[in-house]
Design a protein around this ligand. Structure first.
Ligand SMILES: NC(=O)c1ccc[n+]([C@@H]2O[C@H](COP(=O)([O-])OP(=O)(O)OC[C@H]3O[C@@H](n4cnc5c(N)ncnc54)[C@H](O)[C@@H]3O)[C@@H](O)[C@H]2O)c1
Ligand SMILES: [Zn+2]
Length: 367
């Protein structure tokens, strides 16, 4: 997409908390991107030590005429810092700069920065406006949209948080040029997920364009981000607080979370674990009668082409089952899986342990 192209816009419909997702190249540095924000004296950009040298100055310059003061806070980089201590650095900055309840927070970075800044915005002075400026593919197609915010606890991931919607999401596709290849593939996993659960025409499109996306073709990425945000917007608009439908966005995540925590967080990226988890969930869906073998092979090939692992680590079936039983989605010890009940449609359901063991035997490395 050329620099001059007007941004695409997707609206999240939540009554008086509705907001736009703007998608385009070069949006970050364009003061016009921020025109509709509420007026305020101060802004705080929260970012990290990796993203700050790349994009913080561009954002600060674009905000300079709108706010009397634009403060910058650089957090340490990594999932390990998505914790209370680091969250508190945001409150320290807000209070030491005398930020009031109109102060606008800008989350500039991937999902870690977005989740933490959103939670800080939800609780500082009982809620201040915030803007998501996602700079990873995963954050642009998933974590920045929908208002889930959280930090981790030593005993569990994303266990402390709030539903709190941003005022604006700004997906600047030009930030993806600096993303490491593994992070790009991790984002592709969350894009692929939207096909089998909701939109087979999108799955066809992803198959036809997977090589272009891996090569970072701007127009292919632009379409993928837009369609992913549209699907997430539709699902979140119907079920903001995940009382039902929203859970289908966790396709591949029950198996994926077990891989992440079984190997130790950080070994596989979240998107890598979800990619492999979708292969497992597809096999389970086949055993439950929702899809045929050709569908499973098709999805597996697509995940592989995205540069993602398709064979699970050999944690042992009992360890997988144990880890999946403590997943947030399980109820009274029964594991709930998102499975495809027909191509383009997903449901939540349980499955016999014996069947899950068979899937794991089929999909994991042998000891
Ligand atoms: N809130 C939600 O709905 C939701 C959904 C999915 C995931 N998440 C959360 O999101 C987090 C994962 O997000 P992520 O995958 O974006 O990881 P991340 O935020 O850790 O970013 C990945 C890495 O890329 C770097 N980076 C970011 N933008 C860059 C750029 N443009 N160029 C170069 N490097 C860049 C980061 O500094 C980091 O090292 C997890 O904590 C997960 O729990 C939240
Ligand atoms: Zn995910």
């Amino acid at each position: 997409m050329p620099l001059s192209a007007p941004p695409e816009s997707v609206e999240i419909q939540l009554g008086d908390r509705s907001y736009p997702i703007l998608i385009g190249s070069g949006l970050l540095g364009d003061p016009g991107s921020y025109a509709a924000l509420p007026s305020a004296a101060t802004a705080l950009i929260v970012t990290n030590t990796t993203v700050a040298p790349l994009y913080a100055e561009t954002l600060r310059a674009a905000l300079a005429n709108r706010f009397r003061a634009v403060h910058l806070l650089e957090l340490p980089d990594g999932e390990a810092y998505k914790d209370w201590q680091t969250l508190n650095l945001i409150f320290d900055a807000l209070l030491s700069h005398g930020c009031d309840r109109k102060t606008v927070l800008f989350a500039l970075g991937g999902g870690v920065v977005g989740d933490m800044t959103g939670f800080a915005a939800a609780s500082y002075m009982r809620g201040v406006p915030f803007v998501q400026v996602p700079t990873t593919l995963l954050a642009q197609v998933d974590s920045s949209v929908g208002g889930k915010t959280a930090i981790n606890h030593p005993l569990g991931k994303n266990m402390i948080g709030a539903f709190y919607q941003p005022r604006l999401v700004l997906c600047d596709l030009s930030t993806l040029t600096t993303l490491p290849p593994r992070e790009l593939s991790a984002g592709l996993a969350e894009i692929i997920k939207y096909g089998p659960i909701h939109d087979m025409a999108f799955m066809d499109w992803i198959e036809a364009n997977i090589d272009a996306m891996v090569a970072r073709d701007p127009s292919a990425l632009a379409h993928a981000v837009k369609r992913s945000c549209e699907i997430k917007a539709e699902v979140v608009g119907q079920d903001e607080r995940e009382t039902g439908l929203r859970a289908i966005l966790n396709f591949g995540h029950t198996f994926g979370h077990a891989i992440e925590s079984g190997l130790g967080y950080g070994e596989w990226l979240h998107g890598e674990a979800v990619g492999c988890g979708m292969v497992m969930a597809a096999h389970l869906s086949q055993r439950l009668g929702g899809v045929d073998e050709a569908f499973v092979q098709r999805l597996t090939a697509l995940i592989q082409k995205a540069g993602l692992p398709v064979v699970g680590p050999a944690l042992g079936a009992e360890r997988y089952l144990e880890l999946m039983r403590i997943d947030k989605k399980s109820e009274a010890g029964e594991i709930r899986f998102v499975v495809i009940d027909k191509p383009g449609s997903a449901i939540m359901r349980g499955a016999p342990d014996a069947m899950v063991r068979e899937v794991l035997a089929q999909c994991c490395e042998k000891n």
